[in-house]
Design a protein around this ligand. Structure first.
Ligand code: URA
Length: 433
């Protein structure tokens, strides 16, 4: 078999066989197939797509490309969640401690920022000293003892996705349904949880811009999860506007802490309650209303916040930053963005806002570029708010003064104003079980 022929076959719109897909994944992981050929195949898949059999074969080949985790020791209490990625999406930082405080075993592998979207691992690393790599025994021990551990894709778990994810990020091949399905589900299958809740984002800041594509992605992923004997469901949630108020690594950690302390409500709170509720439904086989009540109680009672502190300390992080978030380092520049007209904000291009935060230093321009954990954006006004000319829309945070003009321009051009009050945003579009 030759990689050239596989690329050509897909480029010409033909379906690849299971053997060809396995040849590609095995060869790429071993370093026998170079990045440029893998990138060419990803681009061919981006344009030509993959049928169901190809997507399943790709998912299995990626899941089996390295080690797998055995969570059978936690029986049916192990539960995982995964978001398809969005702007300001810090839901794992909130949902994981809620569910762990309710008896779930959250043994989770998370990713780094990808394209215009942030990643949980980068956010966690913004907490001083917190480690996102762990020996397997320590990882399992921590889950057993406190119900939660979140690490990066360390060791030899889905090495195929590790390589492909970084490659897709810099070759404009992220937003492809078969590539996202196989990336996410290979990790979820290898990570071993009994129950899986997928948060499929829809809208301008998501990889899936429209409802139909997001629905197809969700259905594909739920079907693959179920076919492997995992309890799997998906929520289709809004990403037509960034989630919450903060974008950027430590800024998002601070906002997550505020939610867990019960100090902040709004869209982020609603989406987190819905995701945590679905995880509890799968775990405990209870009704949605019963599960929701326990989730809200975990926040109101401080149980979930205490679990976050315990989690941060267990991973070596300095929990005093969680207790007092003013300790997080502040960037040198804090630049206000003000409205240039009166009106209702009728739309925000969340992807453009994500790119503005990457420009400020919160994300990576290339796959090995460093990140500025303190950089990002705090939004004062969002879709549905009324603003007067001269009023603050957002504050941009950065240590790189030269990034400000271009980030500001992107931010302003991402907003659409209207003289009419827009309809209230829908936050949860659908649940697929
Ligand atoms: N998240 C993933 O884990 N993989 C993708 O391809 C996109 C989002």
């Amino acid at each position: 078999m030759r990689m050239y022929d596989i690329i050509l076959k897909k480029r010409n719109g033909n379906a690849l066989s299971k053997e060809e897909i396995e040849f590609f994944i095995n060869g790429y992981v071993k370093g026998e197939i170079p990045d440029y050929q893998a990138a060419a195949l990803c681009m061919a898949v981006y344009f030509q797509g993959m049928n169901e059999e190809e997507t399943v074969a790709l998912t299995y080949a990626m899941a089996q490309s390295g080690d797998t985790v055995d969570l059978s020791l936690f029986q049916n209490l192990s539960v995982d969640k995964h978001s398809t990625g969005g702007v300001g999406d810090k839901t794992t930082l909130i949902v994981a401690p809620i569910v762990a405080s309710l008896g779930g075993k959250v043994a989770k592998m998370s990713g780094r920022g990808l394209g215009h979207t942030g990643g949980t691992v980068d956010k966690l690393e913004s907490i001083p000293h917190l480690k996102v790599t762990m020996e397997r025994e320590d990882f399992l021990r921590q889950v057993e003892e406190i119900g939660i551990a979140v690490i990066g894709q360390s060791g030899n778990l889905t090495p195929a996705d590790k390589k492909l994810y970084a490659l897709r990020d810099v070759t404009a091949t992220v937003d492809s349904i078969p590539l996202i399905t196989s990336s996410i589900m290979s990790k979820k299958l290898a990570a071993g949880s009994h129950s899986i809740v997928l948060d499929v984002k829809v809208g301008s800041g998501a990889f899936m811009k429209n409802y139909e594509d997001a629905y197809t992605l969700a259905q594909n992923m739920v079907a693959i999860g179920k076919s492997c004997g995992r309890k799997t469901s998906a929520l289709l949630t809004d990403m037509d506007c960034p989630l919450g108020r903060a974008i950027g690594n430590s800024l998002e950690v601070i906002e997550a802490v505020e939610i867990l302390k019960g100090k902040e409500k709004g869209d982020l709170y609603e989406v987190c309650v819905a995701l945590a509720t679905e995880m509890v439904v799968l775990l405990k086989d209870c009704t949605f209303d019963e599960a929701k009540k326990t989730v809200i109680d975990a926040i109101d009672s401080g149980k979930a916040y205490n679990k976050m502190r315990e989690w941060v300390s267990s991973q070596g992080g300095d929990a005093s930053y969680i207790e007092d978030t003013t300790l997080f380092e502040k960037p040198i520049f804090a630049v206000p963005v003000t409205a240039q007209e009166d009106g209702w904000i009728s739309h925000m291009n969340a992807e453009a806002i994500g790119i503005a935060s990457v420009i400020l230093g919160a994300g990576r321009a290339t796959k090995d570029a460093p990140i500025d954990y303190s950089a990002g954006i705090i939004m004062e006004k969002k879709t549905g708010d009324y603003v007067r000319s001269g009023e603050a829309l957002a504050t941009l945070y950065t240590n790189d003064e030269s990034s400000v003009a271009s980030a500001k321009e992107r931010y302003l051009s991402s907003l659409t104003f209207s003289s009419q009050k827009p309809e209230k945003r829908t936050l949860i579009y659908d649940v697929i079980r």
